[in-house]
Design a protein around this ligand. Structure first.
Ligand code: URA
Length: 276
Protein backbone atom coordinates (compact mmCIF):
# COMPACT_ATOMS: atom_id res chain seq x y z
CA UNK A 1 0.00 0.00 0.00
CA UNK A 2 2.80 2.36 0.96
CA UNK A 3 4.59 1.56 -2.29
CA UNK A 4 1.39 2.32 -4.24
CA UNK A 5 1.14 5.73 -2.49
CA UNK A 6 4.76 6.46 -3.35
CA UNK A 7 4.14 5.67 -7.00
CA UNK A 8 1.10 7.97 -7.03
CA UNK A 9 3.21 10.72 -5.46
CA UNK A 10 5.93 10.23 -8.08
CA UNK A 11 3.34 10.37 -10.85
CA UNK A 12 1.83 13.55 -9.36
CA UNK A 13 5.29 15.11 -9.17
CA UNK A 14 5.83 14.38 -12.89
CA UNK A 15 2.49 15.92 -13.88
CA UNK A 16 3.12 19.03 -11.74
CA UNK A 17 6.46 19.46 -13.49
CA UNK A 18 4.92 19.29 -16.93
CA UNK A 19 5.98 15.72 -17.68
CA UNK A 20 2.49 14.75 -18.70
CA UNK A 21 2.77 13.00 -22.03
CA UNK A 22 4.08 9.72 -23.33
CA UNK A 23 6.43 10.49 -26.18
CA UNK A 24 7.83 7.10 -27.10
CA UNK A 25 6.83 3.47 -26.63
CA UNK A 26 10.20 2.68 -25.04
CA UNK A 27 11.62 4.64 -22.08
CA UNK A 28 14.54 6.84 -23.05
CA UNK A 29 17.37 7.40 -20.57
CA UNK A 30 18.05 11.14 -20.87
CA UNK A 31 21.03 10.87 -18.52
CA UNK A 32 22.81 8.70 -21.07
CA UNK A 33 22.02 10.03 -24.56
CA UNK A 34 22.57 7.82 -27.56
CA UNK A 35 25.95 8.06 -29.26
CA UNK A 36 24.74 10.27 -32.10
CA UNK A 37 22.83 12.61 -29.74
CA UNK A 38 25.85 12.92 -27.49
CA UNK A 39 28.13 13.93 -30.35
CA UNK A 40 25.57 16.37 -31.70
CA UNK A 41 24.94 17.99 -28.27
CA UNK A 42 28.65 18.26 -27.50
CA UNK A 43 29.38 19.80 -30.85
CA UNK A 44 26.74 22.49 -30.82
CA UNK A 45 28.06 25.01 -28.34
CA UNK A 46 28.18 28.76 -28.68
CA UNK A 47 29.91 29.99 -31.80
CA UNK A 48 31.93 33.18 -31.84
CA UNK A 49 30.72 35.79 -34.34
CA UNK A 50 33.87 35.12 -36.42
CA UNK A 51 32.95 31.43 -36.58
CA UNK A 52 29.38 32.25 -37.55
CA UNK A 53 30.63 34.59 -40.27
CA UNK A 54 33.03 32.01 -41.62
CA UNK A 55 30.23 29.44 -41.71
CA UNK A 56 28.01 31.90 -43.55
CA UNK A 57 30.76 32.57 -46.06
CA UNK A 58 31.56 28.90 -46.61
CA UNK A 59 28.36 26.93 -46.30
CA UNK A 60 28.69 23.18 -46.92
CA UNK A 61 26.10 20.83 -48.27
CA UNK A 62 23.64 19.10 -45.94
CA UNK A 63 24.78 15.63 -44.89
CA UNK A 64 22.52 12.61 -44.53
CA UNK A 65 20.94 12.56 -41.05
CA UNK A 66 22.54 9.24 -40.12
CA UNK A 67 26.07 10.66 -40.43
CA UNK A 68 27.73 11.92 -37.24
CA UNK A 69 28.63 15.50 -38.00
CA UNK A 70 30.65 18.18 -36.27
CA UNK A 71 29.32 21.37 -34.66
CA UNK A 72 30.63 23.47 -37.54
CA UNK A 73 29.05 21.21 -40.14
CA UNK A 74 25.70 21.18 -38.32
CA UNK A 75 25.53 24.98 -38.13
CA UNK A 76 26.98 25.42 -41.58
CA UNK A 77 24.45 23.09 -43.16
CA UNK A 78 21.64 24.83 -41.22
CA UNK A 79 22.78 28.23 -42.53
CA UNK A 80 23.13 26.87 -46.05
CA UNK A 81 19.63 25.34 -46.06
CA UNK A 82 18.07 28.38 -44.39
CA UNK A 83 19.67 30.88 -46.76
CA UNK A 84 18.70 28.92 -49.82
CA UNK A 85 15.02 28.94 -48.79
CA UNK A 86 13.45 31.80 -50.71
CA UNK A 87 9.98 31.61 -49.23
CA UNK A 88 8.45 30.81 -45.85
CA UNK A 89 7.02 27.62 -47.36
CA UNK A 90 10.48 26.50 -48.53
CA UNK A 91 11.93 27.44 -45.13
CA UNK A 92 9.29 25.36 -43.34
CA UNK A 93 10.23 22.36 -45.48
CA UNK A 94 13.92 22.97 -44.74
CA UNK A 95 13.24 23.09 -40.98
CA UNK A 96 11.16 19.92 -41.18
CA UNK A 97 14.09 18.14 -42.85
CA UNK A 98 16.72 19.48 -40.43
CA UNK A 99 18.11 16.85 -38.04
CA UNK A 100 20.62 19.02 -36.15
CA UNK A 101 18.42 19.64 -33.10
CA UNK A 102 17.66 16.65 -30.84
CA UNK A 103 14.29 18.18 -29.84
CA UNK A 104 12.88 17.06 -33.15
CA UNK A 105 13.00 13.49 -31.86
CA UNK A 106 10.91 14.13 -28.75
CA UNK A 107 8.42 16.60 -30.21
CA UNK A 108 5.14 15.42 -31.72
CA UNK A 109 5.00 18.12 -34.39
CA UNK A 110 7.02 20.88 -35.97
CA UNK A 111 5.66 24.28 -34.91
CA UNK A 112 6.57 26.76 -37.61
CA UNK A 113 5.56 30.43 -37.78
CA UNK A 114 2.06 31.51 -38.75
CA UNK A 115 0.59 34.69 -40.19
CA UNK A 116 0.86 36.95 -43.23
CA UNK A 117 4.25 36.67 -44.90
CA UNK A 118 4.54 40.45 -45.04
CA UNK A 119 3.13 41.27 -41.63
CA UNK A 120 4.29 44.63 -40.20
CA UNK A 121 4.53 43.08 -36.72
CA UNK A 122 6.40 39.86 -36.01
CA UNK A 123 6.13 38.22 -32.56
CA UNK A 124 8.80 35.72 -31.54
CA UNK A 125 8.31 33.57 -28.45
CA UNK A 126 10.47 30.96 -26.80
CA UNK A 127 9.32 27.48 -27.80
CA UNK A 128 6.09 25.55 -28.28
CA UNK A 129 4.30 24.16 -25.24
CA UNK A 130 2.12 21.05 -25.01
CA UNK A 131 -0.87 22.54 -26.88
CA UNK A 132 1.29 23.91 -29.67
CA UNK A 133 3.19 20.63 -29.96
CA UNK A 134 -0.06 18.69 -30.27
CA UNK A 135 -1.53 20.95 -32.97
CA UNK A 136 1.66 22.06 -34.73
CA UNK A 137 0.69 25.76 -34.34
CA UNK A 138 2.39 28.54 -32.31
CA UNK A 139 0.77 30.25 -29.32
CA UNK A 140 -2.58 28.45 -29.22
CA UNK A 141 -2.56 27.37 -25.54
CA UNK A 142 -3.43 29.57 -22.52
CA UNK A 143 -0.43 31.88 -23.11
CA UNK A 144 -1.41 32.22 -26.76
CA UNK A 145 -4.98 33.06 -25.82
CA UNK A 146 -3.72 35.82 -23.54
CA UNK A 147 -1.51 37.07 -26.38
CA UNK A 148 -4.65 37.22 -28.57
CA UNK A 149 -6.39 39.34 -25.89
CA UNK A 150 -3.40 41.63 -25.61
CA UNK A 151 -3.40 42.08 -29.38
CA UNK A 152 -7.08 42.89 -29.43
CA UNK A 153 -6.45 45.53 -26.72
CA UNK A 154 -4.53 47.47 -29.39
CA UNK A 155 -7.10 46.63 -32.10
CA UNK A 156 -5.03 43.93 -33.75
CA UNK A 157 -6.18 40.45 -34.60
CA UNK A 158 -3.99 37.41 -34.54
CA UNK A 159 -4.27 37.16 -38.34
CA UNK A 160 -2.75 40.64 -38.72
CA UNK A 161 0.60 39.62 -37.23
CA UNK A 162 3.23 36.93 -37.83
CA UNK A 163 3.81 34.69 -34.79
CA UNK A 164 6.66 32.25 -34.33
CA UNK A 165 9.18 30.90 -31.80
CA UNK A 166 12.95 30.71 -31.40
CA UNK A 167 12.63 26.91 -31.33
CA UNK A 168 10.27 25.09 -33.68
CA UNK A 169 10.07 22.00 -31.44
CA UNK A 170 8.82 21.64 -27.86
CA UNK A 171 11.46 21.01 -25.18
CA UNK A 172 10.26 18.01 -23.12
CA UNK A 173 8.22 19.07 -20.08
CA UNK A 174 8.40 22.72 -21.27
CA UNK A 175 11.87 23.09 -19.84
CA UNK A 176 13.90 26.17 -20.77
CA UNK A 177 15.70 25.69 -24.10
CA UNK A 178 19.43 25.01 -23.80
CA UNK A 179 21.97 27.32 -25.53
CA UNK A 180 22.88 24.39 -27.82
CA UNK A 181 19.26 24.04 -28.99
CA UNK A 182 18.95 27.78 -29.56
CA UNK A 183 22.17 27.94 -31.57
CA UNK A 184 21.21 24.93 -33.68
CA UNK A 185 17.89 26.54 -34.68
CA UNK A 186 19.15 30.13 -34.94
CA UNK A 187 19.75 30.09 -38.73
CA UNK A 188 16.07 29.28 -39.28
CA UNK A 189 14.65 32.02 -37.08
CA UNK A 190 17.09 34.54 -38.56
CA UNK A 191 15.97 33.59 -42.05
CA UNK A 192 12.31 33.77 -41.00
CA UNK A 193 12.89 37.36 -39.85
CA UNK A 194 14.63 38.15 -43.14
CA UNK A 195 11.75 36.72 -45.20
CA UNK A 196 8.96 38.40 -43.21
CA UNK A 197 11.01 41.59 -42.88
CA UNK A 198 8.64 43.18 -40.34
CA UNK A 199 8.57 46.87 -39.52
CA UNK A 200 8.68 46.01 -35.82
CA UNK A 201 9.97 42.86 -34.15
CA UNK A 202 8.36 41.96 -30.82
CA UNK A 203 10.42 39.58 -28.70
CA UNK A 204 8.14 37.75 -26.32
CA UNK A 205 9.92 36.94 -23.06
CA UNK A 206 13.52 36.82 -21.89
CA UNK A 207 14.65 33.77 -23.85
CA UNK A 208 13.71 35.26 -27.24
CA UNK A 209 15.07 38.69 -26.31
CA UNK A 210 18.41 37.36 -25.09
CA UNK A 211 18.82 34.98 -28.03
CA UNK A 212 18.16 37.55 -30.73
CA UNK A 213 19.74 40.58 -29.12
CA UNK A 214 22.74 38.68 -27.78
CA UNK A 215 22.15 40.34 -24.41
CA UNK A 216 22.71 39.09 -20.88
CA UNK A 217 20.16 41.48 -19.40
CA UNK A 218 16.96 40.20 -17.85
CA UNK A 219 13.62 40.88 -19.52
CA UNK A 220 12.66 43.44 -16.84
CA UNK A 221 15.58 45.60 -17.97
CA UNK A 222 15.02 45.03 -21.67
CA UNK A 223 11.28 45.76 -21.77
CA UNK A 224 9.85 49.27 -21.88
CA UNK A 225 12.33 50.70 -24.39
CA UNK A 226 13.14 50.64 -28.07
CA UNK A 227 15.85 48.22 -29.12
CA UNK A 228 17.40 47.17 -32.39
CA UNK A 229 17.84 43.75 -33.92
CA UNK A 230 20.52 43.86 -36.55
CA UNK A 231 21.90 41.36 -39.02
CA UNK A 232 24.47 41.83 -41.70
CA UNK A 233 23.07 41.09 -45.13
CA UNK A 234 25.30 41.27 -48.20
CA UNK A 235 27.72 43.43 -46.24
CA UNK A 236 25.01 45.87 -45.10
CA UNK A 237 23.63 46.12 -41.56
CA UNK A 238 19.86 45.93 -41.68
CA UNK A 239 18.51 46.99 -38.28
CA UNK A 240 14.91 46.31 -37.33
CA UNK A 241 13.08 48.33 -34.66
CA UNK A 242 12.51 45.93 -31.79
CA UNK A 243 10.61 45.77 -28.53
CA UNK A 244 10.87 43.10 -25.83
CA UNK A 245 7.73 42.33 -23.83
CA UNK A 246 6.92 40.12 -20.86
CA UNK A 247 5.91 36.59 -21.80
CA UNK A 248 2.14 35.95 -21.53
CA UNK A 249 2.88 32.71 -19.62
CA UNK A 250 4.52 34.93 -16.98
CA UNK A 251 1.57 37.34 -17.08
CA UNK A 252 -0.78 34.44 -16.35
CA UNK A 253 1.18 33.89 -13.13
CA UNK A 254 1.65 37.61 -12.38
CA UNK A 255 -1.45 39.38 -13.73
CA UNK A 256 -0.46 42.66 -12.05
CA UNK A 257 2.22 43.02 -14.75
CA UNK A 258 -0.31 43.00 -17.59
CA UNK A 259 -0.52 46.80 -17.40
CA UNK A 260 3.20 47.13 -18.28
CA UNK A 261 2.72 44.91 -21.30
CA UNK A 262 -0.33 46.85 -22.40
CA UNK A 263 1.74 50.05 -22.22
CA UNK A 264 4.46 48.39 -24.34
CA UNK A 265 1.86 47.31 -26.89
CA UNK A 266 0.39 50.82 -27.07
CA UNK A 267 3.90 52.14 -27.75
CA UNK A 268 4.34 49.52 -30.48
CA UNK A 269 1.09 50.54 -32.11
CA UNK A 270 2.01 54.23 -31.94
CA UNK A 271 5.43 53.58 -33.47
CA UNK A 272 3.94 51.44 -36.22
CA UNK A 273 1.43 54.17 -37.09
CA UNK A 274 4.32 56.63 -37.37
CA UNK A 275 6.12 54.25 -39.73
CA UNK A 276 3.31 53.66 -42.19
N1 URA B 1 5.05 29.86 -25.29
C1 URA B 1 5.86 30.22 -26.30
O1 URA B 1 6.89 30.86 -26.09
N2 URA B 1 5.49 29.89 -27.52
C2 URA B 1 4.37 29.23 -27.81
O2 URA B 1 4.11 28.96 -28.98
C3 URA B 1 3.55 28.87 -26.73
C4 URA B 1 3.90 29.19 -25.48
Amino acid sequence: MEEENNLTEILKWHVENGIDETLQAEPHNRLFPSESEEICIKNITKLTSAETKSLLDNPTKTKPSSTLISREETISSAYATATSANSLKALKTAVAEFDGCPLKKTAKNLVFGEGPGEAPLMFIGEAPGAHEDREGRPFIGPAGQLLDHLLSSISFERNDVYITNILPWRPPGNRTPTPAEIIACMPFIERQIELVSPKILVLVGGVAAKALLGSNQGIMRMRGKWLEYSREKEGIETPITTRAILHPAYLLRSPAQKRETWIDLLEIKRKLNDMI
